[in-house]
Design a protein around this ligand. Structure first.
Ligand SMILES: [Ca+2]
Ligand SMILES: [Ca+2]
Length: 196
């Protein structure tokens, strides 16, 4: 009698498990399935006979005076580093209401003779569609594997400052408010001890 009762309990337990499993499967399969109760309405036809605006771009870089040569690696790119430059930042460094342009420049693995190294370029907006290269006056003469640039007034003096990323040591330039910039990387605690 005890033996039969145990089998009965076992069969009851197994049956209950099977029923619960089937119930769970049905619940999972039925989730997220929408059953429409009425037929979907047809969408109104959209008129597409409106003429598209004709927008064209013209390369006016040379005409605008933006003629600096951009360098990033040699003609045959062997390393990723030679293909990752370079950034550009548009910002009004002299607060005259017209955005100026800073182009980040790179270099090559072979390097350049002293004094001929490529440098980044800052162009002042002449307010007439042309720009003047003011890099040397601005004292932005560093050469290296420039990658990108970002702008922000880190010292809240009203003049946007410049942060340039390099393969190697990044550089923070403080805008002196008189058309020149100062390298304040070390002073700001951004100098890396490790050299790549
Ligand atoms: Ca400006
Ligand atoms: Ca500033």
């Amino acid at each position: 009698m005890r033996f039969n009762m145990s089998w009965a309990k076992l069969l009851f337990g197994l049956s209950l498990c099977v029923i619960l499993a089937l119930y769970g499967i049905v619940e999972i399969l039925s989730q997220g399935v929408a059953v429409p109760k009425r037929p979907a309405r047809a969408l109104p036809k959209v008129k597409i006979d409106i003429p598209l605006p004709k927008i064209q771009f013209e390369d006016i870089a040379t005409k605008a005076g933006l003629t600096a040569r951009h360098v990033t690696g040699g003609d045959d790119k062997k390393y990723i580093l030679e293909t990752t430059g370079s950034g550009v930042a548009l910002f009004d460094y002299d607060n005259d209401g017209y955005p100026d342009i800073f182009f980040v420049n790179g270099t090559t693995l072979e390097g350049f003779p002293k004094g001929q190294e490529p440098i980044s370029h800052l162009y002042h907006n002449n307010k007439n569609g042309t720009f003047t290269d003011v890099t040397r006056d601005a004292k932005l003469l560093r050469s290296g594997w420039g990658q990108g640039a970002c702008v922000g007034d880190y010292d809240n003096d009203g003049y946007d400052d410049l942060f340039v990323t390099y393969y190697g040591q990044n550089v923070l330039y403080r805008n002196n408010g008189n058309g020149t910039f100062s390298d304040v990387t070390e002073k700001a605690g951004l100098l890396h001890k490790a050299v790549r």
